[in-house]
Design a protein around this ligand. Structure first.
Ligand code: NAD
Length: 261
């Protein structure tokens, strides 16, 4: 099946999983709106590289999604630039590891805003155009922690479970309109987000950093290896294809068998 050129917004796409998805979409010839909290200068190299991959345009839209006004405006700004959004990947996410009694309220609010509220705002902006055109794809990057809990990650686990609920609800609302809405639920993927939490995990679990990788991160994944960001990008590309039109409201695990247990 020939894949048409689409307009994609991938939030949190200057690093890790989001960058891999943006890379894949750009190489497929789609127009890609990148997003992150870095300055234009910091991401100039990424923008240049991705622009060289296909015929589509790749443009960076810096926006701090913890800021409600910026979050509400992002998808509208992308639509103003590209005319529409066909593929929306709500990927931006942050982590904080701490026991609940020590969990800072500011971190709780920031995690909810970046991972959950931003998806709500972007979907509200992007969905009406998709419905009008009778075609659209929304992918929310949830987590194995959208389906299972782990200690010391109250905000992250609560938020990812909520992202799964949002996914299912919007999928039902859009089901007859040619728009699919799914959640990808990765296990541990080696990205800066994961690397940055090793120290805190070591502290709260009383382990060395090497033990955190082996006993906390890879222990729940029966494959005993990290998922690669490119594996998630390939899955996202499939979900955005016409062949995936009957997959909606799904949580798709890509977790090395974690949630099989
Ligand atoms: P990462 O730290 O490599 O990248 C995070 C991206 O989000 C960056 O582009 C950053 O600029 C952006 N970002 C951070 N704060 C932002 C903000 N306030 N506003 C806008 N953008 C912001 O992270 P990653 O590991 O690639 O994670 C991406 C998504 O995948 C997250 O939602 C995360 O929860 C989810 N996830 C990751 C793993 C994993 O093991 N890495 C597992 C399951 C789910």
């Amino acid at each position: 099946m020939v894949q048409s050129r689409r307009v994609a917004l991938v939030t949190g796409s200057t690093s890790g999983i989001g960058l891999a998805i943006a890379h894949k979409f750009a190489s497929m010839g789609h127009d890609v709106a990148l997003n992150g909290i870095e300055s234009d200068a910091d991401v100039a190299g990424i923008v240049q590289e991705l622009n060289g991959l296909g015929d589509g345009r790749v443009v960076y839209f810096g926006a701090d999604l913890a800021d409600q006004a910026a979050s509400e405006a992002l998808a509208d700004t992308v639509i103003a630039k590209f005319g529409r959004i066909d593929l929306l990947v709500n990927n931006a996410g942050i982590q904080k590891v701490a026991p609940i009694e020590e969990f800072p309220t500011g971190d709780w609010n920031r995690i909810v805003a970046v991972s959950l509220d931003s998806a709500f705002h972007a979907i509200r902006s992007a969905l009406p155009g998709m419905v009008e055109r009778g075609w659209g794809r929304i992918i929310n990057i949830a987590s194995a922690h959208g389906l299972r809990a782990s200690p010391f990650k109250s905000a992250y686990v609560a938020t990812k479970h909520a992202v799964v609920g949002l996914t299912r609800t919007v999928a039902l609302e859009a089901a007859e309109k040619g728009v699919t809405v799914n959640a990808i639920c990765p296990g541990y993927v080696w990205t800066p987000l994961v690397a940055a939490q090793v120290k805190d995990q070591a502290r709260v679990h009383g382990l060395s950093e090497e033990e955190v990788v082996r006993k906390v991160m890879l222990a729940p994944q029966p494959t005993r290896q990290f998922v690669q960001p490119e594996e998630i990008a390939e899955l996202a590309a499939y979900l955005c294809s016409d062949w995936a039109r009957s997959i909606t409201g799904s949580t798709i695990s890509i977790d090395g068998g974690w949630t099989a247990k």
